[in-house]
Design a protein around this ligand. Sequence first.
Ligand SMILES: Nc1ncnc2c1ncn2[C@@H]1O[C@H](COP(=O)(O)OP(=O)(O)OP(=O)(O)O)[C@@H](O)[C@H]1O
Length: 284
Amino acid sequence: MGGFPRGGGWAPTTTLLHMDGIEPAVTSAVTLTGVHKRFGRGKNATHALRGVNAAIAKGSFTAVMGPSGSGKSSLLQCAAGLDRPSSGSVKLGDLELSRMMERRLTTIRRERIGFVFQAYNILTALTVEQNVLMPLRLAGAELDRERVVEVLTLVGMERHVKARAGRLSGGEQQRVAIARSLINNPEVVFADEPTGALDPSAAADVLALLRSLVDERSVTVVMVTHEPGAAAWADRVVILASGEIAHDTTDTDPQRIRERIFEASRRTVPVPVPPSKTHQGSRA
Ligand SMILES: Nc1ncnc2c1ncn2[C@@H]1O[C@H](COP(=O)(O)OP(=O)(O)OP(=O)(O)O)[C@@H](O)[C@H]1O
């Protein structure tokens, strides 16, 4: 990853609070209360999340980390309304997502949430503009080409508006994916390993971009990452262990994050491994 992003004068802000019976701040972009996620039933059930409580403040950058299988993707999927918790509440602002009908949830995701994935999910045969317009097209909304230029300018890709996406580098494609995630002016951008496929320099560019969107545009970013160096760009790091929050800290020093993840992995209880890999099909 691209080294330490910040100067020593940076002061962390309180962006994510353990709830522990305390009412969430009204400024929360996303609030999880007692979120459990269970896959399967009976003794073969996997408890991916075990009562997660968290409030993510608007305009903050949160990194979600933890050992493999600790529940990071499950947390992201539930928080983003891509999957439903088995119990508990997930709110986007004041809106309860967990019991919402699928059709309404789809609309909410399209209109109010942005997604960025490791594999960019860019359609390489289309132009940059066509890719960025895709969420509007899918929503049947007006194709606002001025907004396309605006979001491409935010990510430094406005010169490539008519370029075929397949000609761009991985880092450039990820920038386009971030522009696409912003086209609807979302309340929250969820990023799942957004730098996982990038070289260190392109990764640093993408992280600096996410950071600047938070600092300069008050975008709320929640990012799952395995990389302590990537998490160092966030305001706050939430470390999961066996589906619970083991650490929730504004200390984003990569070495200390590494130590905390190591510690979390030692307290990870073995969870049953599903007999097939079918669950991977549920990933977005
Ligand atoms: N659809 C599913 N069906 C069954 N089990 C699942 C499903 N999705 C996730 N799991 C299990 O839930 C647990 C948490 O998985 P999750 O993918 O959320 O962890 P993670 O921290 O994102 O892991 P990784 O870093 O390896 O991607 C794991 O034991 C996983 O095997």
